[in-house]
Design a protein. Structure first.
Length: 309
């Protein structure tokens, strides 16, 4: 009997030791990610719920008075013509800029994915504008687009064309801002595509050359399938970035003319820091957050469907 008890204890001891080791390992893993969790909660989760709570109040920053009003701010946003116009402008801007970022960034990456000093110099030139601040970029382009003395006017005058102020045109103000934005940060998607292209095994292209495959066939059968995840990543990144349009519109047109280029972020800035209605601004920011979540979810779903087929 004692031998049986001793054998059972001996058999159970390693399991207890393994259980203790796994528990200690789990705590060690948790302590390893604890600093990130603390920063994530303090800088993202807490401000998110704080913003939702503020959006349910009528909070005046000047008088520092707060009154719980529920969904009143959201209903007023629904009736606000300026806010609805800002939502339309933002969607229009995203639909204009995002496909250009993906297509042009991929085209530049394909053209510059080659060894040598020339390719490296051109990559540096295209990426160089991305390091400039929005203030410098908008100042340069406002000088270029000056109606009578800018670079565009100096080109159109000898051709006998009348000078047009694009930034004061309701039809052209937002497309011009989109063009300036593409010129400014096209280097980021280009570099992401370049990194993906350089991960494709060169043996695949050698096999395509042996089969006398055309460039178009190589692009559609080898290159694009190999970088489809990068295409989806670039599209998601650009959607997130372009929904946050603010600096270009604020510095180039101040949202005009006639609110034709005012984005949602500029509306939030004006409501919170010019009219001091913090609850109203917080409600608008929550609407923007929801729109961005829906747009990203749709884009991820479309990308997953394409991969499935």
């Amino acid at each position: 009997m004692s031998v049986a008890v001793q054998s059972s204890v001996t058999a159970a001891l390693p399991r207890r030791l393994n259980h203790g080791a796994s528990t200690g390992s789990s705590w060690g893993n948790f302590m390893f990610i604890l600093p990130f969790l603390v920063v994530y909660v303090l800088l993202l989760v807490v401000p998110l719920f704080k913003g939702i709570w503020i959006s349910l109040q009528e909070l005046d920053m000047l008088s520092q008075t707060a009154e719980f009003v529920g969904l009143k701010n959201y209903t007023e946003l629904w009736k606000d013509d300026i806010f609805r116009g800002a939502v339309r402008n933002t969607f229009y801007f995203v639909l204009m800029a995002t496909p250009v970022f993906v297509a042009l960034g991929l085209a530049l990456a394909l053209a510059l994915n080659r060894p040598g000093r020339t390719g490296a110099a051109l990559r540096a030139i295209f990426f160089g504008s991305s390091v400039l601040s929005v203030t410098i970029v908008t100042l340069v382009w406002k000088l270029v687009l000056m109606p009578h003395h800018g670079l565009v006017a100096n080109i159109t005058k000898p051709l006998g064309l009348s000078s047009v102020s694009l930034l004061t045109s309701e039809a052209w103000a937002l497309p011009v801002i989109a063009g300036v934005t593409v010129w400014w940060i096209i280097g980021l998607p280009m570099m992401l595509f370049l990194a993906a292209l350089q991960q494709i095994p060169h043996e695949l292209y050698e096999a395509a050359q042996l089969d006398n495959a055309s460039r178009w066939r190589t692009l559609t059968s080898i290159t694009l399938p190999a970088i489809r995840r990068t295409v989806a990543l670039v599209a998601i990144i650009e959607v997130i970035l372009q929904f946050q349009l603010f600096g270009q519109a604020h510095l180039m047109t101040q949202g005009g003319p006639n609110n034709s280029s005012r984005p949602i972020v500029q509306f939030i800035y004006e409501a919170g820091f010019q009219h001091w209605t913090l609850g109203y601004a917080a409600a608008a920011s929550q609407v923007l957050f929801g729109i961005m979540l829906i747009a990203m979810a749709v884009q991820v779903w479309v990308s997953s469907r394409r991969e499935a087929f």
